[in-house]
Structures are given as C-alpha cells and as structure tokens.
Design a binder for this molecule. Structure first.
Ligand code: AMP
Length: 281
C-alpha cells in the first residue's frame, strides 16, 4: 500500500487503476482510524478493485476554539489499519497542498446545514462540503463511503452530489459501536475513565427510545423530552441537541412515522459526542 501526499500523485495513481479497468472506491477520513473507518474501507474493497483512503484533518471544518490542533493523529498506526482493511493507497496531503496561499473557493449547501450540528458548529458543513468536493475532483472515484455515525454529513453530501450533478455514488454505511454500545469515534480518546462510562448515556438513551417506539410511542415531542430527561440523569452530560427528524430532509417531525432519524449531540466534560439511530416506522 502506497502513501502519497500530492494531488498530482493521487491523480496519477487513480488514473492508472482506471486504465486497468478497476472501479475506484473512496473513503475520506480525518485519520486516527478505528473499526468504524475499517468497516468503510472493507465495504469499499468488497465493491471496488481499487480503494483510496484519504487522511486529512481539514482545518476549514473546525470552528474557532475547536480541537483542530489537538485532534489525534497517528499516520503509522493508520496505515496499518487501512492496509489490513484493504486500502490500496492513502492520500495524506498537507494543509498547504489542499489550501494553497490565495485559496478562495467554498461549497455551501443551504438549509440542512444550519440544523442539528450545523446550529452549534457554524461553518462546519461548509468546510466539509468544500473538502469533500475537492477530494472528489482529485480522486475521481466511482463510489464514496460515509458512516451513518455522521448522519447529517451523509444527508448534506447526498444533497450536494444531487445539486451539483457529481458523478459519484454515495454509499452510507452502518454505525460501528464498542461492545457496550458507545459509537466508535476518534474523539473517544479524549474521555477519561469516568467520562467514558458517562458517555454510555448517549447510546443507552437511543436504544431505549427505539424500544419505546417499538412499544407504540409515536409522539416525537414526548419521546424527545424523555430522551433529554434521561440524558440529564447523567451528571457529566450536557445536552447540545436532541432532535427527531425526517432522515432525508432533517426537518423536525411531530409524528414518528416513515424514515426517521433520532440524532443527538452531548458534551461529556469537554468532549462533544454525537450519536443517532435511523429507523423505518
Ligand atoms: P472521520 O475520520 O471522523 O471524519 O470519519 C471518517 C468517516 O468514517 C466518516 O464517513 C464517518 O462517518 C465514518 N465513521 C466514523 N466513525 C464511525 C463509526 N463508529 N461507524 C461507522 N462509520 C464511522
């Protein structure tokens, strides 16, 4: 498995694979890979002969005071995980390669980017859609793989691909969790042992909410309130948002019916964690 750092190199490598008639799968990441990322790479490898993994901590999607500088990085460990999972090449550009001096262009998806995580992280999705567009132009993949862990990101990327007629298939992949239910995340490494325990309140609340729906609860207002109250029983948890929305438009719903997303963001100490469940009711 190769690691390349320049746009020129990644273009050449992908062009060669295409000439050999290979389908190209692409997994964009910020690195510090875990089993969640590995599951995307494995899926990409199962569906494409050539798999590109990008590792780039993208400064434009971090707000002022967020964790851009401290975001965990370990390229050596990442390359082992990526290779094991089936990656053919890692694209690991520098910030200067992606945003050279004089950089001026941004991609902005309106509306669905101002809700949920967009409300508490203004500019975040503008950074995401910008870097993902750039990567799509560089990598020219047939399919790109995104985790449902970042459900809003999937919805935003799908909207962008539709709106800008991008010739790429977006493949959403299920959330990979730790044995006790915590959704895997590179940011879980920020948690100390008591915070790690407290973080279980996210998945527990979602699973129990699912149980309540299975038992006939269809009132989104009531269920949302129950989830909030349940999270508040955990002293280390501070709710950012709990939303019950249409999974495609991310519009708030009153009745739990159709393609439903229950999404939440909660601070455990200084660490902001997100989780969600998507269900067909
Ligand atoms: P990140 O490195 O956090 O930007 O994530 C890169 C990709 O991996 C995104 O599409 C994420 O949604 C996905 N991902 C992160 N954590 C998980 C997880 N626990 N399960 C499935 N996919 C994940």
């Amino acid at each position: 498995m190769k690691i390349v750092e320049t746009v020129k190199q990644i273009r050449e490598e992908v062009a060669r694979a295409r000439q050999e008639g290979k389908k190209v799968g692409f997994v964009p990441t910020m690195g510090y890979l875990h089993e969640g990322h590995a599951s995307l790479i494995q899926r990409a490898k199962a569906e494409n002969e050539f798999v590109v993994v990008s590792i780039f901590v993208n400064p434009t999607q971090f707000g002022v005071g967020e964790d851009f500088e401290t975001y965990p990085r370990d390229l050596e460990r990442d390359s082992e995980i990526a290779e094991q999972a089936g990656a053919n090449i890692i694209f690991h550009p520098t910030v200067g390669e992606m945003y050279p001096l004089g950089y001026r262009t941004y991609v902005d998806v309106e509306g669905i980017t101002s809700k949920l995580c967009g409300a508490s992280r203004p500019g975040h999705f503008r950074g995401v859609t910008t870097i993902v567009s750039k990567l799509f132009h560089m990598v020219k993949a047939d399919r790109a793989y995104f985790g449902q862990k970042d459900a809003q990101q999937v919805a935003v990327i799908q909207q962008m691909v539709r709106d800008l007629n991008m010739d790429i298939e977006i493949v959403p992949c299920p959330i990979v969790r730790e044995a006790d239910g915590l959704a895997m995340s590179s940011r879980n490494t920020y948690l100390n042992p008591s915070e790690r325990q407290a973080a279980l309140i996210l998945s527990k609340s979602l699973f129990e909410a699912q149980g309540r729906i299975d038992h006939g609860e269809h009132d989104a207002g009531k269920l949302g309130l129950w989830i909030k109250e349940n999270i508040q029983t955990e002293p280390l948890a501070k709710i950012d948002y709990v939303e019950i929305v249409d999974a495609v438009t991310l519009e708030e719903i009153e009745e739990i019916k159709g393609d439903v997303l229950i999404a939440l963001a909660v601070r455990i100490g200084k660490t902001r964690l997100i989780d969600n469940i998507r269900l067909e009711v």
